[in-house]
Write a protein that binds this ligand. Sequence first.
Ligand code: GLY
Length: 384
Amino acid sequence: MTVNDLTSKANRAFEFAEIQLRKLVTNHPGYFPLFTKAGKWKHESESWTNWCEGFLGGMLWILARRTGDSWWRAKAEEYSRLIEHRKFDRAVHDLGFLFLPTWKVWHELTGDQTVQNTVLQAGETLAGRFQERGRYLCSFVAPESLFIDIMMNVEIIFYAAEKLSDQRLKEIALQHCLTTRRFLVRGDGSTAHEGIFDLNSGAFLCQSTHQGWRGDSSWARGQAWAIGGFTTAFRYTKETRFLDTAMATANYFIERTPGNGIPPNDWDQPSPKATYESSAAALAAAALLDLAQQVTDPGLAQRYQDCARQTLTTLLTDEFLAIDRPGCEGILLHGIYHERKGLGVDESVMWGDYFFLAALDKLLQNAASLSVLITVPQKQNPQE
Ligand code: GLY
């Protein structure tokens, strides 16, 4: 696909996103969906945990910035203010997911110090989950539980540490990343969803999972969280071991995924309930674009960019975009939330839509990345 083709398809997706998001915030004001059920955002299914309330606002901020339209800007502020109280939320580990796409972006656009203070408070609050003995930020499930997902949230602590020149916060973020690297990332670059610790001694006990197939298998979305999280940890610390881990997890993702860039929910699962997990693909594309900017080897940078572009090229097809699907209220089809619980299986998911737009936005903003023809060879997939 040529650069012009990709650009025009990305612009078409943004136009479609405007239609879908305008309908969502108009028809269901103040509502924060997680996943669709039979294509519809509003339903009474359980949410398992409250971690998604920053992604809708995040998409509104992307549209506000891209269009310069005051309507999107007002909605972006409105949906950010609706979650402000969560800066004190001690019940979840997801404050990065809530405040990085919203309040941090708001601050970057305006320089407003009071807006930044909200992000800093959220970072302080998340740091309160630090378990001194095991040296990790615990998941919402239990104090003895460490999730790979938290790698995507720890940025807000690095950010607060940097802005506040707070060595204690920096150390918490650093120790969390080191513990995750040691116990959740395996020698082949694959990751476990969860680690369980002994609370008395701090000893690591075992790998486990909630949304993947087994404790020793590889949940694709967790793998993508690891790529993004370790890339960010390297960006803040310049510790090359984090860059090495980001590359190892990226290489594993790419090697296990079919040439179209779309993984299943878990690569090891023998009988998956659905073929695709498009949200893992979208956020891997966003993470690979970030990783490409951190690596110094131009060949590797090109490889990660090419994989991200191939993935986005697939997601921009009508097989994955919900264009011309009456009754489908999301942007991206074929995502999975929680396969075991039967929540959001082969549906649109809010974070999938967000990371899809975020990845397209990165791609379109990077003029250099669009200055060459995209010639991604179709990789032979060892799984097929
Ligand atoms: N709870 C984060 C995820 O579902 O990936």
